[in-house]
Design a protein around this ligand. Structure first.
Ligand code: SAM
Length: 264
C-alpha cells in the first residue's frame, strides 16, 4: 500500500483546514509529518477548492459520481442495468457492498433500495474509504442545470448518498461480526481481474486498492450473512466464478464482465 501519505491544503480557508483535521482523524491512515519531503514521488492527499485528490507520481484519483449519474439517467430511459439485475435489489433491502472502491455501485444500489433501505459499504484501503466517505457527504451538489432529468438524477443521488454507511475494514473480518441473514444482498467487485487492465481510468485505483483475490472464506461468510443472494462481478469467462461457486447470470453478450450469483 502507498503510505505514509502527505496532506496538502491549497489555502487557509477554515473549511479546508477543518477538512484536513477530519482526514487526519480517519481510521487506518498513515499520514506523514507536515515537514515531509514535498517531492512528487510521495503519495499525497490534496484538499483544494475544486475537490480532494489522491495522487502519486502522475496518477490522480478523486471521488466523482458521474458514472452513477449516467447509469441513473439510463435507468430513467428504461435501459437495463446489469448490476441491478444481478443483485435484484428491492426498496427497503440492506445491501452489503463488500468492495466499495470509488462508490459507483454503492450509489446505484443505495438509489435502488431507497430511503427505507440501506447500503453498508466496506473498503480495505483507508484512503479510499476516507475520500469516498468525504465525497458522498460533500461532493454531490445538485447543479443548476436546465435538463430536468439530470437535475432529478443529481437530487436522487444526493439522497442515496445519505443511505451509504462507509467502513474502513476487511470485508471478511467485518462479516464475521454480522448475524446470519443480517443483510439481504452481499456484492463483491474485487480488483483482481483489473491488475491486467491498462485502462487509464482504472489504473489509479490500482495504486490505492487491495489487489488480492476474493477468498473462499469471504464468500462462505457472505453466504451466511446474506438472506437473498451473493453477487460477484468478474471478467467475462473468468475462472473465478467456478473457483468460488458462482453461477453466471445469462446476458451481457457484448460486455467485458459477467455477474455470478449464489442464492444461499
Ligand atoms: C474494483 S474496486 C470496486 C469498484 C466499485 N464497485 C465501484 O463501483 O467503484 C475493488 C475495491 O475493493 C477493495 N477491496 C479489495 N479487497 C477487499 C477486502 N478484503 N475488504 C474490503 N475491500 C476490499 C479494493 O481496495 C478496491 O477499492
Amino acid at each position: 500500500m502507498l503510505e505514509p501519505v502527505r496532506i496538502t491544503v491549497s489555502s487557509q480557508d477554515p473549511r479546508h483546514l477543518a477538512k484536513k483535521e477530519w482526514f487526519l482523524s480517519q481510521p487506518g491512515c498513515q499520514w506523514s509529518p507536515a515537514a515531509a519531503d514535498p517531492s512528487l514521488t510521495q503519495p499525497c492527499l490534496s484538499i483544494t477548492s475544486k475537490g480532494v485528490y489522491l495522487s502519486y507520481q502522475d496518477e490522480r484519483l478523486s471521488f466523482h459520481p458521474s458514472m452513477a449519474l449516467l447509469r441513473l439517467m439510463n435507468l430513467y430511459r428504461g435501459l437495463p442495468d446489469r448490476y441491478l439485475e444481478a443483485t435484484a435489489l428491492q426498496k427497503g433491502d440492506v445491501l452489503l457492498d463488500a468492495t466499495l472502491g470509488l462508490g459507483t455501485d454503492a450509489l446505484v444500489g443505495a438509489w435502488a433500495v431507497g430511503k427505507v433501505g440501506k447500503v453498508v459499504a466496506i473498503e480495505r484501503s483507508p484512503y479510499l474509504a476516507a475520500i469516498v466517505k468525504d465525497g458522498l457527504l460533500h461532493e454531490i451538489q445538485v447543479p443548476r442545470v436546465k435538463n430536468p432529468e439530470k437535475r432529478r438524477a443529481w437530487a436522487e443521488l444526493k439522497q442515496a448518498a445519505v443511505n451509504i454507511e462507509v467502513h474502513f475494514d476487511d470485508h471478511f473480518r467485518f462479516m464475521q461480526n454480522l448475524p446470519s441473514s443480517g443483510v439481504d444482498v452481499v456484492y463483491f467487485d474485487p480488483m483482481f481481474r483489473r491488475t491486467q487492465d491498462k485502462s487509464s481510468s482504472i489504473k489509479p485505483l490500482h495504486l490505492w486498492g487491495n489487489p488480492e483475490k476474493l477468498s473462499p472464506d469471504a464468500v462462505r461468510e457472505a453466504c451466511r450473512v446474506a438472506r437473498k443472494r451473493v453477487v460477484l462481478k468478474e471478467r467475462k469467462e473468468s475462472t473465478e466464478f467456478v473457483r468460488l461457486g458462482f453461477e453466471i447470470m445469462p446476458g451481457g453478450r457484448y460486455s467485458t464482465v459477467d455477474y455470478g450469483i449464489i442464492k444461499p
